[in-house]
Write a protein that binds this ligand. Structure first.
Ligand code: AHR
Length: 503
């Protein structure tokens, strides 16, 4: 099969925010306990942070980590998680029906993000709590000193404020599963008043209002319209969440899921713009896709998990090669919407729906989805280019014609780097692609990272940690007469690294 792709140095979708490929750590299952934090583990250092896990996190180069939930946050008292560890209470976590010992909390997380080279995105409890606890938390984290909460932080050994800039106003507040679920009107008012109080403490913060929990919620997009009707001027971002899966074991249909993500982003943006028009506001609301991933392998068994365990094995998806291709397609979709989606978090990071898995007391390894996520983190710099794609397609039940070729491109002018991310969705056929590049004469294809050739159901494990991983192929060809030609293997994720002359 043959496809054509056209890109022009001057035709840009928008700047790619560094926070577009962030991640997420929730107090859920073994994400924290036995994941990032395990005192006594052979690689644990200092505060009990597993160094084997940290070295993978650093390799990913994640810019941002959302914390501490998720559903967990909606019945969490942040005060339980600070101060001397021996005085912290053990609590029932109502979201996941686990026991939370509070051995790892807010200040440990901030130390961990520092060690990981990432920034924090802090979520607030707007389920069981509200304005007062939120404002106090901002004071504890960001106020320099001389007040009750900021001095308490100092007494906890942290002289300098954390300076946390990005905050989520609750989590999935429309969900019936949420402790403290709200109607859109109740939540919109609460988000507005909480935002006002938090900003009085620290006017420099940015705030994310909760959108719908997933696009199939019957209340989407009325929820967004009502919520933003109350807090459009107070919020900086609207959140989107979506998980995908191959329950029907239909690979072509599964690979089309990124089209659903694109449609969701566009509907959410349109709803924001509707509110903008109603309010005659000069402000354009940006989007925070702060939970996205594949989630379906473990749903059935998790429903029968025993309650009230500490660090239970929950949501421990064993990802396959086909899941990695879908994650690649979703990453491409985020890049294609870089003008509106400024923040996104792969949910999650370690053990729970995760690119990194561990054995408690044992080894850590990279799952299949680690690889496209790593590439997206590493090479999504500068501007997202507006590609024109002409590709043969196949019919999907839900989305109609789905092009076999799915691609996005990032141009880092300063670094002289152009990166094309491309998936060939065809299960059996290779795809020859003629790439027309306007404004890149003399640039060179320096490397192709190719993830291909595996059984769709193959994955990595503690016993075979590197069974399914990409390979690096030398580039060599020059952009001549405005063209490059590449061959994409069937079912493949490809990263074409193109460099300016002399760089
Ligand atoms: O990421 C797992 C869960 O999925 C989160 O806690 C929740 O926000 C979402 O429903």
């Amino acid at each position: 099969m043959e496809a054509r792709m056209r890109l022009d140095r001057e035709f840009r979708i928008g700047d790619i925010d560094r926070r577009l490929f962030g991640s997420f750590i929730e107090h859920l299952g073994r994400a924290v306990y036995g994941g990032i934090f395990e005192p006594g583990h052979p690689t644990a250092e200092g505060q009990g942070f597993r160094q084997d896990v940290l070295s993978f996190v650093r390799e990913l180069g994640i810019p941002l980590v959302r914390y501490p939930g998720g559903n967990f946050v909606c019945s969490f008292n942040w005060e339980d998680s600070v101060g001397p560890v021996e005085k912290r209470p053990t609590r029932l976590d109502l979201a996941w029906r686990s026991v939370e010992p509070n051995l790892f909390g807010l200040n440990e997380f901030m130390a961990w993000t520092k060690a990981a080279g990432a920034r924090a995105m802090m979520a607030l409890n707007l389920g069981t709590r509200g304005v007062d606890a939120a404002a106090n938390l901002v004071e504890y984290c960001n106020h320099p000193g001389g007040t009750f909460w900021s001095d308490l932080r100092k007494r906890h050994g942290l002289e300098a404020p954390h300076g946390i800039k990005l905050w989520c106003l609750g989590n999935e507040m429309d969900g019936s599963w949420q402790v403290g679920q709200k109607t859109a009107g109740e939540y919109g008012r609460l988000a507005c008043e909480t935002a006002k109080a938090m900003r009085r403490v620290d006017p420099s913060i940015e705030l994310v209002a909760c959108g719908s929990s997933f696009p199939a919620m019957p209340s989407f997009p009325d929820w967004e319209a009502t919520v933003l009707g109350h807090c459009y001027e107070e919020a900086d971002y609207l959140s989107l969440h979506a998980y995908y899966g191959n329950k029907a074991d239909d690979l072509p249909e599964y690979l089309a899921d990124s089209m659903g993500m694109g449609a969701f982003i566009e509907s959410a943006a349109a709803t924001c713009d509707f509110v903008k028009a109603k309010k005659r506001s000069p402000k354009t609301m940006m989007l925070s896709f702060d939970e996205w991933n594949v989630w379906f392998h473990t749903s059935a068994e998790d429903a029968h998990a025993d309650p009230w365990e500490r660090g239970p094995s929950l949501l421990e998806e064993a990802y396959t090669f086909e899941d990695a291709l879908v994650v690649g397609c979703l990453a491409i979709e985020l890049l294609k919407h870089a003008d509106r989606v400024k923040i996104a978090c792969l949910a999650q990071l370690v053990n729970v729906l995760a690119p990194i898995s561990t054995v408690t007391g044992g080894t850590a390894w990279r799952q299949t989805i680690y690889w496209p996520f790593l590439h997206a983190c590493a090479f999504s710099c500068g501007s997202s280019l507006d590609l024109r794609i002409d590709s043969p397609s196949y019919e999907s039940r839900r989305y109609g014609a789905v092009p076999f070729l799915h691609a996005a491109a990032a141009l880092d002018e300063e670094g002289g780097r152009l990166t094309v991310f491309a998936v060939n969705r065809a299960v059996e056929e290779g795809l020859g692609v003629d790439i027309g590049l306007a404004g890149f004469e003399g640039w060179r294809l320096v490397e192709v990272l190719e993830f291909a050739g595996f059984d769709p159901k193959a994955g990595n494990s503690a016993a075979a940690p590197d069974a399914v991983c990409p390979r690096s192929l030398p580039g060599g060809s020059l952009v001549e007469g405005g063209h490059l030609r590449v061959e994409l293997a069937p079912l493949s994720w490809n990263v074409l690294r193109i460099a300016a002359p002399g760089s």
